[in-house]
Design a protein around this ligand. Structure first.
Ligand code: ARG
Ligand code: ZN
Length: 883
């Protein structure tokens, strides 16, 4: 690891490369201890650049020789570069490099590494330089031919990008395969796999009548869990062609599942590599949420084939060009797959809830950065909710401003202009605007692009005035944005506000209309409004802003009961709950919940027409994290105590309704991960949790007994873990035996064991007597024989769940949670810096903590930051936190 501060890269410093690499021939002699890589690079000088040395990236690899035209070339090392001072002077030349790397020592899981006895790669963002020396930047695109050689018995399957052109036997029990990918690609999209795998395959015919082969590779024994991934892949192929006219451009499209993986999955051209979590599913091992996650990640990676691979990023500052757009596409895909209006709305609510849980705090914290960042030390730190999810909202706003058809025209123009190129976020926005002259977007494109440049979540204030005589409603919208690191002042944003006016009786006074705010303050007039309305603003969450519409209880109750926009209907319920949570958190004691609120919740729960999935979302109180985000200084223990108290009150007050909801939503049909079934299971599980909570408080054994029975004999994982969670979070005596049962039933299935760890790490910390039990349990699990910090899924299920998703267990007055965090961070960093840097992000919002947590957090941060050998990744995150 390096000494001293890492190099910071700035967006403004971008310069085209002095050399292009047009063609690459790679040959791998795969061996876990020492793999030999031979590479032949067809290089072309960029005539626009000054003559200069050729500097190739390389990290944790050893060079054996460098040759050109049959002669050795001299080279030297400079930092993490291999410098060739005198490359051939010709406009085009061939460079031959031989180097070695050690896959089995590669615990970073970046580059070429081993997992479960096989070879796998992960090259985005800068992993290719850990395989061989190269111009490891996305604007250098080449055509690859790859030869793989390995022991045939141990590694019967040898895969790389593109098409298989040759395979055969070698001496000593080895075999080989040659792959050719006809599409020029940046090296971050390179992949290889050498392992003992089996595959499910299926043929698919695209509209042009061409047949394509789809394959999903997994370890022996996992084949029975690939049906859903394959179905999702088929659906993705069909959807992209139907919605955007983008067909599959490869003869063969492969997905490979691997157990050790830093992220969700990777869109390598024709050879997507996936975390097992996003491939393997059966009703017995995966929840409805897991099934939905697989559909969306399979879609996401597949959609990258066009948005990311056919058109890629010029530099890593443009990451959102492909990620924001592809998240938008996978969200739309899941919505279209969900079917009806209500299921679509449920998906939108879930996406927004996710954005607020992860991206809003990021935008308000130490790591705040624009969708298109300006600088970085470790690019892996910028695979963030801002680049992904806020980036998707920016794309969604464009669609709102040009309309759905206009947006599809824009996508078509984007591909006409840039197919095969490495481009920027500006190029994308320009294409959407140019395809829609005269649109709300084209009229203010430069202002709109501030969404790429400015960090922070804007605040939108709305105040209305009704003139009964003139039957006129005047809405005044104002916007503001707080400073963020490096950006003390902000220019106004373009904020699309979908708005309607609702009558106090629930009728519509003015239909939905798009208001576009692009100055600090603007007025919008609604004529011919029959009575004083309740405004329903920012419908469907039409912009990623924090809305203050000044509405009181009566108005919110009206929206909750009547708004025809399901998002705002849900939002009204959340705001009613949030107002009460915030009031109680800031008061000395927690009072009884008021009748109008409880009645409104009951009305939703009992409503004959509302979807169970929607009811579950309304009846779930805003999370502790979301409550914390509303406060300038927050006490995690107080928030937890208040929220638990509210849950108990709702459990008690609605007891008979919960029991009815539970019975009414039991699914009798065979398991299918459809939105309809999933919604019923979600509501039944929430009901069961509330029933257990109340039963444990009142000493009643019936519901916990039922939950325990369900842990034992549930026919699917959603119900099994739902029942287990109900027992654990209510602190039932049956929680222990149920956990033991669950572990036994898991039978060592890794993804199920992950759930077992995760649930305990999230266990609700008892308020009052028994406080500290959840933390102690999680800490003790570090010593469990099934636990390992080396497998990212396992580390995430225990350590990250505790530190990120269990605030009351983590933020302790005695600072033991922070000590736990610091110790794990220092253990993980030398093994896997990317993973460690994610864990470091737990402290992003430490400055908003109340005392004594704030001082203790700072101390823990400072202590870790003082260690000499930290990775660049961790150092960047801690540095920003302490700035
Ligand atoms: N491009 C991948 C995806 O979103 C993620 C790769 C992340 N890699 C990383 N080193 N952070 O689909
Ligand atoms: Zn992606």
């Amino acid at each position: 690891m390096r000494e001293g501060p890492a190099t910071v890269v700035h967006r403004q410093d971008y310069a085209a490369p002095a050399f292009w690499i047009r063609q690459v021939e790679l040959c791998f002699d795969l061996d876990p201890v020492k793999t030999i890589v031979s590479s032949k690079l067809h290089i072309e000088r960029n005539p626009a650049a000054e003559p200069q040395p050729l500097k190739l990236h390389g990290e944790d690899i050893s060079v054996l020789r460098v040759m050109s035209g049959g002669e050795s070339l001299s080279f030297r090392h400079e930092d993490k570069l291999l410098v060739i001072d005198n490359p051939p002077a010709d406009a085009q030349f061939v460079l031959e490099i031989r180097n070695t790397c050690s896959p089995e020592k590669n615990t970073h899981l970046s580059g070429l590494y081993t997992s479960g006895g096989g070879f796998f790669t992960q090259c985005e963002a800068e992993g290719f330089r850990r395989i061989t020396y190269f111009l490891d930047r996305p604007d250098v695109m080449a055509v690859y031919t790859v030869t793989l050689r390995a022991d045939k018995a141990k590694y019967p399957v040898l895969l790389s990008n593109g098409n298989l052109v040759e395979q055969g036997e070698l001496d000593n029990g080895r075999h080989f395969a040659v792959w050719h990918d006809p599409f020029p690609k940046p090296c971050y999209l390179f992949a290889l796999v050498g392992a003992d795998l089996v595959c499910r395959e299926q043929k698919i015919r695209t509209r042009a009548g061409k047949e394509h082969l789809l394959q999903v590779f997994v370890r022996r024994g996992d084949l029975g869990k690939t049906e859903h991934a394959m179905a999702s892949l088929v659906a993705s192929v069909v959807w992209d062609e139907a919605r955007f006219g983008l067909p599959l451009d490869l003869e063969r499209f492969m997905i490979v599942a691997v157990e050790d993986f830093n992220m969700g999955a990777m869109e390598n051209k024709g050879l997507n590599i996936f975390n097992t979590k996003y491939v393997l599913a059966s009703p017995a091992t995966a929840t409805d949420v897991d099934f939905a996650g697989i559909e969306s990640v399979v879609g996401h990676e597949y959609f990258h084939n066009w948005t990311g691979n056919r058109i890629t990023c010029r530099d890593w500052f443009q990451l959102s060009l492909k990620e924001g757009l592809t998240v938008f596409r996978d969200q739309e895909f899941s919505m279209d797959m969900a079917g009806g209006a209500s299921a679509r709305a449920v998906k939108r609510i879930e996406d927004v809830r996710g954005l607020r849980a992860a991206q809003f705090p990021e935008d308000a914290g130490a790591m705040a950065h624009p969708v298109r960042p300006d600088s970085y030390a470790a690019i892996d730190n910028f695979y963030t909710a801002t680049v992904y999810e806020k980036g998707a909202e920016v794309v969604r706003m464009m669609q709102t401003l040009v309309g759905r058809e206009g947006f599809e025209r824009g996508i078509t123009l984007y591909f006409e202009r840039h197919d095969g190129q490495a481009v920027t976020c500006d190029d994308f926005a320009q294409a959407i605007a140019d395809a829609n002259p005269g649109s709300e977007l084209a009229a203010r494109l430069e202002t709109f692009k501030r969404w790429y440049a400015q960090a922070g979540t804007p605040r939108l204030k709305a105040r209305g005035a009704y003139d009964a005589e003139a039957r006129r409603y005047t809405l005044t919208l104002t916007q503001s944005a707080e400073p963020s690191p490096g950006q003390p002042t902000k220019e106004p944003f373009v904020i699309p506000v979908l708005a309607a006016l609702i009558g106090r009786d629930g009728g519509t006074l003015a239909g939905e209309r798009l208001l576009v705010l692009d100055t600090p303050e603007q007025q919008f007039v609604f004529e011919d409004v029959a009575a004083e309305p309740v405004p329903s603003l920012l419908r469907g969450f039409s912009a990623p802003v924090i809305l203050d519409d000044g509405l009181g209880d009566a108005e919110l109750l009206t929206l909750l009961a009547h708004d025809s926009d399901p998002f705002n209907r849900w939002e009204a319920g959340q705001r009613l709950a949030l107002a009460r949570l915030l009031a109680a958190v800031q008061a000395p004691t927690t009072e009884a919940l008021d009748t109008p609120f409880v009645d409104a919740m009951r009305a939703v729960l009992r409503h004959p027409a509302l979807d169970p999935a929607f009811k579950e979302l309304v009846l779930t109180l805003p999370s502790e994290g979301y409550v914390a985000e509303q406060l300038a200084s927050f006490d995690p223990q107080r928030i937890h105590a208040v929220r638990e108290n509210f849950r108990e009150q709702l459990a008690a007050a609605l007891q008979t309704d919960w029991a009815e909801a539970f019975e009414a939503n039991l699914v009798q049909e065979g398991y299918a991960p459809t939105p309809a079934q999933a919604g019923r299971r979600a509501l039944a599980n929430l009901a069961l949790a509330m029933l257990c909570l109340h039963a444990v408080r009142s000493g009643d054994a019936v519901w916990p007994g039922r939950a325990y029975q369900r842990v034992k004999d549930a026919s699917n994982m959603t119900d099994r873990i739902g029942a287990l969670a109900a027992l654990v979070h209510s602190h039932s005596e049956l929680a222990e035996p149920a956990l033991a049962r669950f572990h036994a039933i898991a039978g060592g299935e890794p993804l199920v064991v992950d759930k077992w760890f995760a649930l305990q790490a999230q266990a609700s910390e008892p308020v009052g007597a028994g406080h500290g039990r959840a933390f102690a349990r999680a800490k003790a699990l570090l010593k469990h024989p099934d636990f390992s910090l080396k497998n990212p899924n396992r580390a995430r299920s225990l350590v990250f769940q505790l530190c990120m998703n269990n605030p009351a267990a983590f933020h302790r007055a005695d600072a033991a949670g922070y000590v736990f965090w610091a110790e794990r961070l220092l253990e993980i960093d030398p093994i896997n810096p990317q993973l460690a840097a994610r864990l470091a992000r737990v402290m992003d919002r430490w400055t908003a903590l109340a005392e004594p947590y704030r001082s203790a957090a700072r101390e823990a941060l400072a202590r870790v930051a003082a260690k000499p050998d930290l990775s660049d990744d961790v150092r960047e995150v801690l540095g920003r936190a302490l700035e």
